[in-house]
Design a protein around this ligand. Structure first.
Ligand code: SAH
Ligand code: SF4
Length: 400
C-alpha cells in the first residue's frame, strides 16, 4: 500500500524522507508542494531531484477524500459531502464572511457521545477519521476555493483564514489524529494558520483537554449547554463521566497555563506572541498582562426552548464560570426531523444574552449560516454506517 502523504505532519514526512535516504529539508519542500501549491503529481514537483520524484511516485500518494456532492446556500455557505469509504460520508462546510473565511471540519464518522439535541449524535458512530481524512478536508476545500487563482505561496491572502473542528464527531475522542492534523494546519510550510485561528470544540473530555494544552494549545470551545449537572447529564451525557466541577477546573487550567508572552511561556516553550486581533477588545483588556492579551475559553450554549434558556439558567452560568476567562456563544437550536426540541424565541435569546452581559460576560449570538442546505451546527449528518446499533435501540424505544 502506498503511503498517503496527507497522513503526515512535518515530523512524519521527515521520518519518511530519512527512510529513503533523503535530507530533512525535503520534508519541508513536500509540505509546501502538497499544501500550499495543492500539487499531488510528484512529476510536477520541479525542485525535487528526478530520482526522488520517481521514488515518491512508487511509494506514495496524495489522496484526499472524494467529493460525492456539493451544495451552496443562498448566503454563500458551501457544503461538501465527502466519501470516506464503505458507504460512509462526512461533511465539511465553508462559511464566507466579510473579514474571514471559516472552514468547519469533521473529526469522526458520526459520534458516539449521544448529545440529545445533535443530529450527528443521533446517527450513531462508525469510526475515527485518519489524519489524512481530517487534513484532506482542508486540502480539498482550499483546492476548490482557490480554483482559477494563481498557484503561489507568496500571496498571504487566504480564502480559508480560520478552521473550526465543529463538524461531525468529537475531536478529543480522536486525539492523536486530530493533533497531527492540527500540526499541519499550523505549520508555516503548510497552511501557516495562527493557533488562535484554529478552534477545537469539545463536549468536555476532561483528560484530553489537558493533553491538548500540552500538545497543541489552539483555541478551545467547550459545549456547555447547561448550568447544572442535573440538566447537563441529560443534554450532554458525557457529563456523567466528567461533571461540571471537573470541566470548569480543566478549562481554567487550559487558560491559566497559557503563556502570556512569546518569550516567557510558563513551561519554557516558545510560542507565538499572544497579540491576535480575533480576541474581543473587552476581553483583551480584562486579561491583559505584560501588554499581551490572555487566552479565553469559548462556551457554546445551544438555546433550547423551555429547556435551558431561562433567566435562572443564565444566572447559574454566571456563577458557574466565575473563575474561567471566557466568552459565550449562544447558538439558536437548529432543528432536524424528530429532534423533540424547539429553538428558543428571539426575545428569550436576547434576554438570556443580556443577563450574561449585565454580569460582565461577553455573549454573542451565533448567526445561523447555511440553514437551507442543512449546513448549520448540529445539522450535519453525512452518511454513517452505524456500528453502535444506537439508532436501532432508539427507534425501538421510541416505538415502545
Ligand atoms: N463534538 C464537538 C464538536 C462538534 S458539534 C462538540 O460537541 O463540541 C459543534 C457544536 O454544535 C457543538 O457546540 C454542539 O453542541 C452544537 N450543536 C449540536 N447540535 C446542534 C443543533 N441541533 N443546533 C445547534 N447547535 C448544535
Ligand atoms: Fe457528538 Fe458534539 Fe454532537 Fe455531542 S454535540 S453528539 S459530542 S458531535
Amino acid at each position: 500500500m502506498p503511503v498517503n502523504l496527507l497522513d503526515h505532519d512535518l515530523r512524519g514526512l521527515t521520518d519518511l524522507c530519512a527512510s529513503i535516504g533523503e535530507k530533512p529539508f525535503r520534508a519541508r519542500q513536500l509540505l509546501r508542494w502538497i499544501h500550499q501549491l495543492r500539487e499531488r503529481d510528484f512529476a510536477r514537483m520541479t525542485d525535487l531531484a528526478a530520482p526522488l520524484r520517481a521514488r515518491l511516485a512508487e511509494i506514495a500518494v496524495v489522496q484526499a477524500p472524494e467529493i460525492m456532492s456539493e451544495s451552496t446556500a443562498s448566503d454563500g455557505t458551501r457544503k461538501w459531502l465527502l466519501s470516506v469509504g464503505t458507504g460512509n460520508g462526512i461533511e465539511t462546510v465553508f462559511i464566507p464572511e466579510v473579514s474571514r473565511g471559516t472552514l468547519c471540519i469533521s473529526s469522526q464518522v458520526g459520534c458516539a457521545l449521544e448529545c440529545s439535541f445533535c443530529s450527528t449524535g443521533r446517527q450513531g458512530f462508525n469510526r475515527n477519521l485518519t489524519t489524512a481524512e481530517i487534513v484532506g478536508q482542508l486540502w480539498l476545500a482550499s483546492k476548490v476555493l482557490n480554483d482559477g487563482r494563481p498557484k503561489t505561496d507568496s500571496s498571504r491572502e487566504r480564502i480559508i483564514s480560520n478552521v473550526v473542528m465543529m463538524g461531525m464527531g468529537e475531536p478529543l475522542a480522536n486525539f492523536d489524529n486530530v493533533v497531527a492534523a492540527l500540526y499541519v494546519m499550523l505549520d508555516d510550510h503548510a497552511y501557516g494558520l495562527s493557533r488562535r485561528r484554529v478552534t477545537v470544540s469539545t463536549s468536555g473530555i476532561v483528560p484530553n483537554i489537558d493533553r491538548l494544552r500540552a500538545a497543541c494549545p489552539v483555541a478551545l470551545a467547550v459545549s456547555l449547554h447547561a448550568p447544572s449537572d442535573e440538566l447537563r447529564d441529560v443534554l450532554v451525557p458525557i457529563n456523567r463521566k466528567y461533571p461540571l466541577r471537573e470541566l470548569m477546573e480543566a478549562c481554567r487550567r487550559y487558560v491559566d497555563a497559557m503563556p502570556v508572552d512569546a518569550s516567557t511561556g510558563d513551561d519554557g516553550t516558545a510560542y507565538e506572541p499572544a497579540t491576535h486581533d480575533s480576541i474581543p477588545a473587552p476581553l483583551a483588556q480584562k486579561w491583559k498582562r505584560d501588554g499581551a492579551p490572555r487566552d479565553f475559553i469559548t462556551f457554546e450554549y445551544v438555546m433550547l426552548d423551555g429547556v435551558n434558556d431561562g433567566i435562572q439558567h443564565a444566572r447559574q452560568l454566571v456563577a458557574l464560570t466565575r473563575e474561567v476567562p471566557c466568552k459565550f456563544n449562544l447558538i439558536p437550536f437548529n432543528p432536524f426531523p424528530n429532534s423533540g426540541y424547539r429553538r428558543s424565541g428571539t426575545g428569550q435569546i436576547r434576554a438570556f444574552q443580556e443577563t450574561l452581559m449585565a454580569a460582565g460576560l461577553i455573549a454573542t449570538v451565533r448567526k445561523t449560516r447555511g440553514e437551507d442546505i442543512d449546513g448549520a451546527c448540529g445539522q450535519l449528518a453525512g452518511q454513517v454506517v452505524d456500528r453502535t446499533r444506537r439508532r436501532l435501540r432508539r427507534e425501538t424505544q421510541e416505538s415502545a
